[in-house]
Ligand binder design. Structure first.
Ligand code: T4K
Length: 413
C-alpha cells in the first residue's frame, strides 16, 4: 500500500500547538476505541424483528446465531456468549476450578486481574516479553508455587502469546491454561485461529472492540464437558424449566447485544481491511520520526489490527510519552496510555504487593513508553497524516518546547 498524502503545514511555530494556546488541529475529538457501527439498517431490522417477536434475552434466536457464527469463524466446537468479557473471564476461571494463585501478566486491562481477585484467587504478576508485550514464559516457570493452579495468558493487542511454551509449562506442572483473548478475535497463532488454545479462551465484544455487541463477551472451548458446565453457570445453573442442578450466575448476552454482534460480524472483513489500511498508513507516516516505533504485528498471521500501539523512546525523541499525550489531547487526538498504570500499581494489588514492580522491569518500562492512537472506521488516512504531523512537529521542535515549558515554569510532564 502506498499513501500519497499532502503534508499540510499545520504547525509553523510551537505557539501554534493547541497545548500552548494555538488552534486545535481537529474540531472534534478523535477517540481510541470509537465503535464501528456496521450496517445500520441491518441492525435496525434485527431490532425490529426482536421487538416483533418479543424475545429479548435468555438464549434467544440472535444469541444462538451469534454463538454459531463465532464458533464457525474460528473453527472451535463451543461458544458461550456472555454479557461482557469480564463476566466471561470470571465464569471460565470458576468453571476450570482455578484456586490459590494464578499467573497473569500485569500488563493487561485490570479486568484480567480482577476476575481472579473477585473470586479470592491471587493474581501473581509475571513480567512480559518486551518484543511481544505478552507474558514471558521463560520468567513464568520460576514463579510457580505449590499454590499455583493455573496460567492466564493475554493476547495483548491481538498479538498471540507464546502458546506453545505456555502449554508445555502448563502440562509439565499440571496447571490449567486459559487465555484472555479480549483483543484477539480474528487473529491467528501459527496459522490456527485464536480461540482454539488452552482449556478455554475469552473474547470481549465491548463497544470499543472492532467487533462489538454494545457490551458482550464469549467463552470458546473445544472441551465438551467444560462447555456444558459453562452453559449451566451462565444461566443460574438451570438445566431446564424449574430445574437447577449447579451453582450459577447471570452471565447471559441479551438479544439486543447479539443483534449488534451479528451486524458487526457481517462487516468483519471490511473492518479488518480498514484497520489494516490505517495501520500501514501510520507505519509509513511514522517511519521518518526518530524515537517512535509502531508495534510490529507478526507477518504471516491473521490479525485484526484494531490497536495502533506506539512506543516513545524519550532518550531519542527528547519528548516523553506523557508530554506527547498532552500535546495530542490539546489537538483533540485522545491518545490513550493502555495499560498505564499496570495492574500491580492499581488497588488492591499495589497494597497487597507493594514490591511487585521489582520483578516486573519490562512491564514497568513499557507502561512509561506506550501510547495508543485512534483507528477504525471513524478515521481516514488524511486524519492519520495530521495526527502524525503533530507528533513529527513536536519531536522536531522538542528543544523549543522544553525551553518554553521551563521558561514559563510549566511543569514538565
Ligand atoms: N481483558 C482485556 C485484555 C481487556 O482489554 C478488556 C477490556 C477485558 C478483559 C474486559 O472486557 P469487557 O468486560 O470490557 O468486555 C475500555 C473498554 O471499556 C474495555 O472493554 C477494554 N478492555 C479497555 C482496553 O478499554 P476504558 O476504561 O479505557 O473505557 P473508556 O470509557 O475510557 O473508553 C475508551 C475509549 O473509547 C474512549 O476514548 C472513548 C471511546 N468510546 C467508548 C465507548 C464506551 C466511544 O467512542 N464510544 C463508546 O461507546 O476501557
Amino acid at each position: 500500500m502506498n499513501f500519497v498524502i499532502n503534508h499540510l503545514k499545520l504547525k509553523c511555530e510551537i505557539k501554534d500547538l493547541a497545548f500552548l494556546g494555538g488552534i486545535p488541529t481537529f474540531t472534534e475529538r478523535l477517540h481510541v476505541g470509537r465503535p464501528n457501527i456496521g450496517n445500520r439498517q441491518s441492525l435496525l431490522d434485527r431490532m425490529n424483528d426482536m421487538l416483533d417477536r418479543k424475545w429479548l434475552t435468555n438464549n434467544g434466536k440472535f444469541v444462538q446465531e451469534f454463538e454459531q457464527r463465532i464458533a464457525d469463524y474460528i473453527g472451535v466446537k463451543h461458544c458461550i456468549a456472555n454479557c461482557n468479557g469480564t463476566v466471561a473471564l470470571e465464569l471460565a476461571i470458576r468453571a476450570l476450578g482455578l484456586t490459590g494463585e494464578v499467573l497473569v501478566p500485569s500488563f493487561t486491562f485490570i479486568a484480567t486481574a480482577h476476575a481472579l481477585q473477585w473470586q479470592e484467587i491471587t493474581p501473581v504478576f509475571c513480567d512480559i516479553d518486551p518484543k511481544t508485550h505478552t507474558i514471558d514464559p521463560y520468567r513464568l516457570e520460576a514463579m510457580i508455587t505449590p499454590r499455583t493452579s493455573g496460567i492466564i495468558g493475554v493476547h495483548v493487542w491481538g498479538n498471540p502469546c507464546n502458546v506453545e511454551t505456555l502449554s508445555e509449562i502448563a502440562e509439565k506442572h499440571n496447571l490449567k491454561l486459559m487465555f484472555d483473548a479480549a483483543h484477539a478475535f480474528g487473529c491467528s497463532y501459527k496459522g490456527q485461529m485464536i480461540g482454539n488454545f488452552g482449556e478455554a479462551e475469552v473474547f470481549s465484544f465491548h463497544a470499543t472492540k472492532f467487533i462489538n455487541a454494545f457490551e458482550g463477551g464469549a467463552i470458546v472451548t473445544n472441551n465438551d464437558e467444560l462447555a456444558q458446565k459453562l452453559r449451566l453457570m451462565n444461566n443460574f445453573g438451570f438445566a431446564g424449566l424449574d430445574n437447577v442442578i449447579y451453582i450459577g450466575t447471570n452471565g447471559k448476552m441479551s438479544e439486543a447485544s447479539a443483534a449488534m454482534g451479528l451486524t458487526s460480524l457481517e462487516s468483519i472483513e471490511e473492518f479488518i481491511e480498514i484497520n489494516h489500511r490505517n495501520y500501514q498508513c501510520y507505519k509509513q507516516e511514522l517511519s521518518d520520526i526518530k524515537g517512535i516505533s509502531i508495534f510490529p504485528y507478526q507477518n504471516g498471521e491473521r490479525c485484526n489490527y484494531q490497536y495502533i500501539v506506539l512506543e516513545v523512546d524519550e532518550t531519542i525523541a527528547n519528548v516523553n510519552r506523557d508530554l506527547l499525550v498532552k500535546i495530542l489531547e490539546a489537538e483533540n487526538v485522545m491518545a490513550r496510555r493502555y495499560f498505564y498504570p499496570s495492574c500491580h500499581r492499581m488497588e488492591p494489588y499495589r497494597s497487597y504487593f507493594p514490591h511487585a514492580g521489582l520483578l516486573l522491569p519490562e512491564t514497568e518500562k513499557l507502561t512509561q513508553r506506550v501510547m495508543l492512537l485512534p483507528t477504525g472506521t471513524s478515521i481516514n488516512t488524511e486524519d492519520i497524516a495530521k495526527v502524525v504531523n503533530i507528533i513529527r512537529f513536536s519531536i522536531a521542535n522538542s528543544d523549543s518546547i522544553q525551553k518554553h515549558l521551563h521558561q514559563n515554569k510549566l511543569e514538565m510532564i
